[in-house]
Design a protein around this ligand. Structure first.
Ligand SMILES: [Zn+2]
Length: 68
């Protein structure tokens, strides 16, 4: 029996680092700016998922909209 090594290209890892803009669609990447991702095309902004997030005391009941 010959054991073949099959290399599987996991595209998910690429997506994890480079995300596409949900507005512009595939092809337009989001640029990283600190802890957020922004699109230079439609100015879409998205906050990164912080894993080392401290436990929040108060649950977020109401959505906080910083945009005026
Ligand atoms: Zn965009």
């Amino acid at each position: 029996m010959q054991k073949r090594e099959i290399y599987v290209i996991e595209s998910d890892k690429l997506v994890r680092t480079r995300r596409f803009c949900p507005r512009c669609g595939p092809g337009v990447f989001l640029a990283e700016h600190g802890d957020r991702l922004t699109c230079g095309r439609c100015h879409y902004s998205e906050t990164k998922k912080v894993t080392s997030k401290p436990a929040s005391k108060e649950p977020e009941k109401a959505a906080q909209k910083s945009k005026a």
